[in-house]
Each structure stands twice: as C-alpha cells, then as structure tokens.
Design a protein around this ligand. Structure first.
Ligand code: M6R
Length: 357
C-alpha cells in the first residue's frame, strides 16, 4: 500500500535507505562477515569470465556491477543487453558464469538467454527481487535483493538494491580469492544508506530544480564519466519513461562527437561529478556545453564540489557513488513528471514487467 504517499514511485524512492540496511542485515553473519552460499562463491571463483545479462534499469545496474567485480575481484566481466545477446552472441569463454539481473525475474528477453545458455551447459546465477520467479527457478543459483515489492513502473529501489548485492558479491569473491583490499561493503553501504536519507530529505530542493530545468523543456542531456556515466544512462531512462522528455545519457567526452549539435539556448544538461580522477575533465565538458548555451545543473560529491554546483551529495566510497547519485535523478524525474501532469506510476505504453519478446 502506498499509505500517505501520492505515488508508489515516491514511496519506493524513500524506501531506499531501509532497503540498503535490510540488505546489510540479510548478508551479514554474526561475526560481521559476508553471508553467501558456498555454491555461489565457488561458481564465481571458478569462472574465467562473467557475463551479465539484463534489460533496462537492471542492465544499468549491471554496468556498475561490471566495474565493481572487475575492480574489486579482478575478474573480467561483460555486460549485455538481453534482447541483443541471442542475435549477436559474443565468443563465450571456456568457463563462463552468467549473471541475470532482473527485478521481476520474468523478463522474456533475459529468459530467452537463460534457456539458451543452460542448453549450452553453462551455469547461471539470477539476482532478483522475486525469488521463485521464472529466472530464479531456472537458474542454478539465486541472490535475493530484498527490496520489497516494487509497484511503480519506473524502477528505483530495485536498482540500488541490485548494485548493493553486486558490491557484496564482488567483495565476497575477492576475499575467497585471497585478494587483499581495504573496502568493507557492509560498512560502506551503511554510509550509503545515511547519504540516501540526506537526499530524500531534500525533496523541496529537487522539486525546485525540476521546476527550473525540466518543466517546459523538450529535451535534456546527462553527462558523466566513469561510474557517473552509468548513472547518466539510468537518469535519462527514468526521465524519458515517466516525463516523456527526450533524454539521453552520455559519457562526458562523447557529446562533442555529434550530439552537441542539439544544444540550444537553455537546453538542460545535468552533469555528475563524483569521481576524483575525472572531476576536471567532466567540468571541462560542462564548460563546452555552457559555451553553446546549455543550462548546466551540476551534481557533485562533497570534497569534489565547486561552490556554484546545484547539488552536493554526501561523501561515500567511490565504488558506491551510483547508489547515491541516482537518488536526485529519480526525484528530478518524479517531479518533472508531476509538473507535466504525467501518470507517474503508470506511464503510457509501458508495463511493469515485459514478459513478451
Ligand atoms: O524486471 P526486470 O528488472 O528484468 O525489468 C527490466 C526492465 O524492463 C526494467 O528495468 C525497465 O527498464 C524499467 N521500467 C525501468 O524503470
């Protein structure tokens, strides 16, 4: 039930700090280490390459997951759009592990790949919010995202939950492989949950930013580099699906290879800056679009911020920034849709789970 909330989407955005805390408690042993099935651990350890298969928002969580697994566990990962994989199959390594990420566990495109790779004799792990769903039943292993039912068509808490579980999985694999590292995902996720709360408490500010930048525009661009780029893809998808604004996410350096032609006086460009090693270059990209008339909205992380940035997010570990930066983007989409009188929870032409190919 949505209780006092006007929309499920807003309720689900607000639930994210609790979801992250719930995940911490579900994946924590009594002595504060990671609780994970030994079978899953061995499957991760034994794989020479991981293939992440997913659609939409879950695919965007997969992109962040790739970075986490590669950086933390030093294992190569490919991320594929489910609907493309079958028709344009890459060369698969000798000992692959397929990871399916799906909120519903019912997405037909992902299931098509699962059936296929099982026929080829490969192992599959499903990360889902619905254990007992088709993708969960048909895979060898399941990891639960514990986000609780997600009703709004626009996925919010399932996305952050998927990334949290992927971070835990990456660290578990690294520890099992004897990789030394200075990153405790359970502690760092607790910091993330607090940071999320700081942002969900700033709804008036988000509403004002949405009003200033998004209430009348035809289009909107999101730019970021490294992990921020993946969040830009998600921010743009969210805005498109519920506010019907033409929105695109770009890697910071890519806009000038074509799309910058679309920038006009007042075109909103939302920039993300949470990664120290690309902070200067993303700010350079922002200057390029501002010089063409764009209206810049910079969202940065504490410590990397300039004083005229529109929003500063609390500091969290650099691996986990996507879980936090997405919160203002979700809220901006929500308020943009509201101001434009769109049906927030049930946008046109969309279903909650896409069970046909
Ligand atoms: O249930 P799934 O995670 O497999 O769904 C995948 C996509 O259909 C889903 O993420 C979709 O893109 C959402 N509407 C995004 O908000």
């Amino acid at each position: 039930e949505k209780g006092t909330y006007p929309h499920y989407m807003l309720k689900e955005i607000d639930e994210q700090p609790y979801v992250i805390r719930n995940i911490i408690s579900k994946y924590k042993t009594e002595d504060e280490t990671i609780k994970l099935d030994e079978d899953i651990r061995q499957a991760m350890l034994g794989a020479d390459r991981i293939y992440i298969i997913a659609a939409g928002t879950s695919n965007h969580a997969g992109l962040v997951g790739k970075q986490l697994i590669e950086r933390i566990a030093n294992k190569p990962v490919e991320v594929h759009i489910a609907s493309e994989f079958l028709y344009n199959m890459p060369i698969v390594s000798e000992k692959p592990l397929f990871i399916f990420i799906s909120q519903s566990g019912e997405t037909a495109d992902s299931r098509g790949v699962l059936v296929n790779v099982k026929e080829m004799g490969h192992k599959a792990l499903t990360i889902t919010n619905v254990p007992g769903s088709t993708l969960s039943r048909e895979a060898d292993y399941t990891l639960h995202t514990y986000a609780g039912p997600e009703i709004a068509v626009a996925s919010t808490k399932a996305y952050t939950a998927q990334m949290a579980v992927l971070a835990i999985l990456a660290v578990d694999t690294a520890r099992a492989a004897g990789i030394d590292m200075n990153f405790d995902p359970l502690q760092e996720l607790a910091i993330v949950a607090n940071a999320m709360e700081v942002l969900t408490d700033q709804k008036e500010k988000m509403e004002q930013i949405a009003r200033d930048y998004l209430s009348v525009t035809r289009n909107c661009f999101f730019i970021g580099r490294a992990a921020d780029y993946f969040v830009c893809l998600e921010g743009a998808l969210k805005l498109k699906e519920i506010s019907y604004i033409q929105a695109e996410g770009f890697a910071g350096g890519e806009l000038k290879h074509g799309t910058i032609a679309l920038i006009e006086e007042g075109t909103p460009v939302i920039g993300l800056a949470t990664q120290e090693h690309v902070n200067l270059s993303i700010r350079g990209n922002m200057k390029e679009v501002v010089a063409r008339g764009a209206s810049p909205c910079m969202i940065s992380m504490e410590g990397l911020n300039d004083e005229d940035d529109q929003l500063v997010i609390p500091k969290v570990h650099e691996y986990l920034t996507p879980l936090v930066t997405v919160i203002p983007l979700q809220l901006l989409s929500y308020y943009a849709a509201l101001h434009r009188e769109c049906d927030v929870d049930k946008p046109r032409n969309l279903a909650k789970s896409v069970t046909v190919e």
